[in-house]
Design a protein around this ligand. Structure first.
Ligand code: NAD
Length: 280
């Protein structure tokens, strides 16, 4: 069994990006944080630190929880026009009174480094992949590539079907000629599906969702889930001890997909800055 070492690969990507950033006049990522959700604040501070590490200016836009939709839209429009801002990331979830899909659709697609704008989603689904690709799914593909794991002709089972994780992972694997099976909360007999997986990608948010008897020998396992146990320990959705005994490759949590997600955010931001001449 081989560990898919996301921490190591993310460090390699960051080293390359540090050099790319030096060749550019300026690279800026605006992170919009609405409200004071603890997990969101933690994610934003991690992204800020990562930006600083490679020389990207992190521009934090903190807004109150009770901001109305119109005011938030006007903040987004300002960032769309600001030439110092190469990437715009709106930290999700937004408060319930705000229509997240509408906000995401108003970000300039050329600065949409999270890849959630419908234009970028369309470019992914239609297979050209010329727009921005969501960071976690892109990190999954980079990890598979790094370890020369080809999805072509394999059965890929994806558990979790959200717009930010499961669906884009499915599109990326389908674009690479894998056969796709997407499972979600209404899937009956999850085990019958996961047992078919040559590649199993799980992003749900439920500890021990996948046990050893739910996978076949030699499976490649990507665990996207993040769960905090009562003792403070962070684990994924896979029972690592059981599943790693049967897997050929497996991501650890932490140290697998998490660091790759941040590295891909930085990569998308640098890419946007490199495209800048085409915009201004
Ligand atoms: P979400 O709540 O939007 O989606 C969860 C998905 O899981 C849904 O499609 C739902 O139908 C499915 N699901 C729920 N219970 C299920 C069950 N019992 N069996 C099968 N499917 C089930 O969550 P999300 O934003 O997609 O995040 C999923 C997980 O991935 C979370 O733990 C989140 O913290 C983690 N995550 C990690 C990273 C990272 O960088 N590692 C990035 C994003 C999300």
């Amino acid at each position: 069994m081989t560990i898919l070492d996301g921490k190591k690969l993310a460090e390699k990507v960051r080293n390359e990006l540090r050099n790319d950033v030096k060749k550019l006049d300026h690279v800026g990522l605006a992170v919009v944080l609405v409200g004071d959700d603890e997990a969101s604040r933690l994610y934003v501070s991690m992204k800020k630190k990562a930006c600083e590490d490679v020389g990207i200016e992190s521009i934090e836009v903190k807004l109150p929880n009770n901001i109305n939709e119109e005011m938030l839209i006007s903040e987004i429009e300002k960032l769309n026009l600001d030439s110092k801002v190469d990437g715009i990331l709106v930290q999700l979830p937004l408060p319930k009174h705000i229509n997240s899909a509408k906000i995401l659709s108003l970000i300039d697609p050329n600065k949409d480094v999270d890849g959630f704008h419908p234009q970028n989603v369309g470019l992914l689904v239609t297979g050209t992949e010329t727009g921005f690709i969501p960071c976690t799914p892109l990190g999954v593909i980079k990890l598979l590539e790094e370890y020369n794991i080809s999805p072509k002709g394999k059965n890929s089972v994806i558990v979790g079907a959200s717009n930010i994780v499961g669906k884009p992972v499915a599109s990326l694997l389908l674009n690479r000629n894998s056969t796709i099976d997407i499972c979600h909360i209404y899937t009956q007999d999850l085990k019958a599906h996961t047992l078919q997986a040559d590649i199993l990608v799980v992003g749900v948010g439920k500890t021990d969702l996948i046990r050893g008897d739910m996978v076949k020998d030699g499976v490649v396992v990507i665990d996207i889930g993040i769960n905090k146990l009562s003792n403070g320990k962070i684990v994924g959705d896979i029972n690592f001890d059981e599943v790693s005994k049967k897997a050929s490759y497996i991501t650890p949590v932490p140290g697998g997909v998490g660091p790759m997600t941040i590295a891909m955010l930085l990569q998308n931001t640098v890419q946007s800055a490199q495209n800048k001449n085409k915009r201004y």
